[in-house]
Design a protein around this ligand. Structure first.
Ligand code: SF4
Ligand code: SF4
Length: 164
């Protein structure tokens, strides 16, 4: 069962040390089939996930925008890239373009993305649980568990499937 958004922060906090230890072991002793297992877990979880009932990623954290994202989205909005940047983006401490504020400006009242077809790559790939070389993004996953109920479940299932 998926954790409710109300409970997710606490659940993720309670599991943080256990998950961190698990990921540390995973990095030291990475199973050969890790990415295949993750792909299956990711697909199974998102088959039963309705992101339109959640949108917590769009409400609480934004994507980073690459220059290709900025070009593509601004073209779609019939804006100059610079105009798009000035209206929507800021540069963060890692020198990446990110949203000026959350919830994301492009999220509508029904939790749909108004720029879905051209949305940033980071939005398309979130929560990155099917990423190749998953063992390299475990720190990011630790953060995403507290934002995304699907990522939380995927990691719980992962620990069951691949005990360390
Ligand atoms: S937080 Fe996870 S489950 Fe919720 S909308 Fe985003 S990707 Fe979907
Ligand atoms: S661009 Fe779309 S998918 Fe990405 S955070 Fe905004 S509303 Fe969500």
């Amino acid at each position: 069962m998926k954790p409710s958004l109300n409970d997710l922060g606490k659940l993720a906090k309670d599991k943080h040390i256990e998950n961190k230890k698990y990921f540390d072991k995973l990095k030291k002793k990475t199973p050969k089939n890790l990415d295949y297992v993750m792909q299956d877990l990711h697909n199974a979880e998102f088959k039963k996930t309705d992101c339109l009932k959640c949108a917590n990623c769009c409400k609480t954290t934004g994507p980073l925008f690459t220059l290709a994202d900025i070009e593509r989205v601004s073209k779609y909005l019939k804006q100059k890239p610079q105009q798009f940047i000035e209206q929507n983006l800021r540069i963060d401490e890692d020198k990446d373009y990110v949203l000026q504020s959350v919830p994301c400006t492009f999220l509508d009242n029904e939790n749909a993305c108004m720029i879905y077809d051209v949305r940033p790559k980071a939005c398309r790939e979130f929560p990155h649980t099917d990423r190749k070389k998953f063992n390299q993004i475990t720190d990011l996953t630790l953060k995403n568990i507290s934002i995304c109920p699907a990522a939380y479940n995927i990691v719980e299932e992962m620990k069951r499937k691949m005990p360390m």
